[in-house]
Write a protein that binds this ligand. Structure first.
Ligand code: HPA
Length: 246
């Protein structure tokens, strides 16, 4: 079964014919909200709003372990994350969608593993060379192509701590590091999915130029982000119908 984790701008999924909602408790605490089960274009899926249905959970306080555990416990095998990002690379203009293939993690202080160390269990190191599941990435890209989207087929997602936006110097450093886009929620989500054996990929939606990328005198306007987000999420919904079908 496919799960969709909706990010900022996608706290609900119009077009989803809801059959039930379920509050799932996990050994790691409560997920961001109830899991919503339903049919998308006739295909059964589960939807979860990463920041809660009222968008009240900031990126650094999302219980990523509980979210993915809850989905896994409901027999989810594939996860599509919708993530809003700021564009660093010139190709990542606001309004553009991308299917990143790499991650650089700048977060700190988040719970990053299900492994319980200190109780005698041996230390394990999961391979994370390719953070995203290729099968899910291909499915997303096929859906984007079907919808006529001029998307970017790859890219490095730099995950920052938030909730603040970055300084111009931080974005310049991220560009030197090879990051093409910046967001706040990609990690540890992608790694936890890997630990659980979930086939996980993200569709990133650029909703603004990252700090200093457009015109260094300009600051990032929340209103502008909201407007781009509203416009782009209409398109994302169409892509999701396609992903559910494929
Ligand atoms: N920075 C970090 N996260 C974001 C941004 C940004 O500019 N835009 C959307 N998510």
């Amino acid at each position: 079964m496919l799960a969709i984790i909706g990010g900022s701008g996608l706290t609900q999924l119009p077009g989803l014919h809801i059959s039930r909602r379920e509050v799932v408790r996990t050994p790691y605490g409560m997920p961001s909200g109830a899991l919503t089960f339903g049919q998308l274009d006739g295909h059964g899926i589960v939807f979860l709003a990463r920041h809660g249905y009222g968008h009240t959970v900031p990126p650094h306080l999302v219980n990523y372990r509980a979210n993915l555990w809850a989905l896994h416990a409901q027999k989810v095998t594939h996860v599509l994350s919708i993530a809003t990002v700021g564009g660093i690379h010139p190709d990542m203009r606001p309004g553009r969608l991308a299917v990143p293939d790499q991650i650089v993690d700048y977060t700190h202080g988040r719970e990053t593993t299900y492994a319980e160390y200190g109780n005698g269990d041996p230390v394990t190191h999961h391979d994370f060379t390719w953070p995203y599941c290729d099968e899910m990435r291909q499915r997303c890209m096929a859906a984007l192509a079907e919808c006529g989207e001029d998307f970017v087929a790859g890219g490095v997602y730099g995950c920052v701590q938030g909730p603040r936006l970055e300084t111009k110097a931080e974005i310049e450093r991220m560009a030197r590091d090879g990051c093409d886009m910046v967001g706040m929620t990609g990690m540890p989500e992608a790694y936890l999915a890997k630990e659980l054996g979930l086939c996980y990929a993200a569709v990133a939606a650029s909703v603004n130029w990252a700090a200093g990328r457009q015109d260094s005198a300009l600051t990032i306007s929340g209103d502008q982000i909201e407007a781009t987000m509203a416009q782009i999420m209409e398109r994302v919904r169409r892509v999701l119908l396609s992903v559910a079908r494929l």
